[in-house]
Write a protein that binds this ligand. Sequence first.
Ligand code: UN1
Length: 510
Amino acid sequence: MPLPDAVLPSLLHGAFPGVMIGDKAIVGHGHRFEPRSPIDGQPTAQVGAAGLDDLDHAIDAADDAHASWRTVPAPRRGELVRRVGDLVRRHKAELAELITLEAGKIPAESAGEVQEWIDMCDFAVGVSRQLHGLTIASERPEHQLLEQWRPLGAIGVISAFNFPAAVWAWNAMLGLVCGDSIVWKPSEQTPLIALACHEMVRRAAAGFDEAPSAISCVVIGGADIGAALAADERLPLISATGSVAMGRKVAVTVGERLGRSLLELGGNNAMIVTPSADLEMAIRAIVFSAVGTCGQRCTSLRRLFVHRSIADKLVGRLEQAYASLSIGDPRTPGVLVGPLVNEPAYERMQASLRAAVAQGGKVVCGGERLTAGAPSGVYVQPAIVRMPEQTPILQEETFAPLLYVVEYDELEEAIELQNDVPQGLSSAIFTSDVREAGRFTGPAGSDCGISNVNIGTSGAEIGGAFGGEKDTGGGRESGSDSWKQYMRRATTTINYGSTLPLAQGIKFGE
Ligand code: UN1
């Protein structure tokens, strides 16, 4: 498959550089590897992964870059991000093509992910003129008490395969306008799109005198690189997206050195469908949330609580909708469900299906591996399983198109079930009853970071803060005031008088 060269750095000795320190491309001192496309399991390129010494150089350079970048006025930093946005718009098709190639998404979803990056650029440009502090009333005469937001430093970003561009963009576009530099460890599954993302920033910075090129660095490698990144004291913030197990390790490592971590980990998202729901809308929302991205979003719908009076009807309609899904090579027009990322993902889906059946579940449809006509990637028929109750397997997030359905009688019970899992990312209710919607979104309702009414669990806009509670890690990224995490708060008191009154009225030797 020809690669979209227009957005990629040049090959060095037959391999893509696994390390980019601004405009410096390095074939890393780590192993050489061949990422494989989930579409057909075939290698796409050779990449020279980073060694620990490469990471060390990248962090040094990013730290240096930050020292001058932080003094550039924030609206000028916004101008750099505006130029990044222009480049991303121009190269939207090529960038989307790489996402499809490396993450296996259908083109519409890949284009959506690039759009999410563009939206993030626009948002960050606006934020660059709104990094507001406060003026606080001082208790002392002729004193000003101010709260100001200052750039934080070089920040580490660890991201996952399933949103290989957007999650970095949430962090990097805001980090850049906040005066930070970025050291990014992407998933080894998606090195080319990571290089292309960096390439957009590199090109924007190349024509922009105030921007040192090492404000953006990419270090492609495995868990050892991630662990060393998290441990590095030169990085005051580590923003990590991925599994709960990974996040727990990052939190401990970063906590140990009293750094700041921003975690976006697993979701085990639920939807409640009440008797007053608009079923047509609910079905469309369920199908997109449960099978979109082949069930590999952290916001994917995994648990469906349906009122007993409508359960059979709803499940019957879902079964029909699932039967009409076109599954296969995501580049084929009309296909809605692409591949799982790899064999282990398929094995985990099968293990969860087996566990669900052992716990009393009845498979309504799906779970079969598709071979006929599908290329040699891992293609599965999305599954629906009716469960007698919320059994132990429903406590786990399985990153695959596997939807459990449980019936309920009382809304309170459904809300309790939805909250009774370790994760707390996204949630939804379908109802036309304002009281039910109010209970769900109220203080005793959903305990998730995202609680939606009459839309699915996935597909959040960038304008809101994105993230969740409990095992999801507590972080909030992208919109709202998430930018504050990429800055440090400085309280400044200015005495413009000619006496020295002490706070709390203390008299000291007078
Ligand atoms: C993720 O899966 O890590 O809300 C992020 C959504 C997307 C982001 C998902 N905007 O589904």
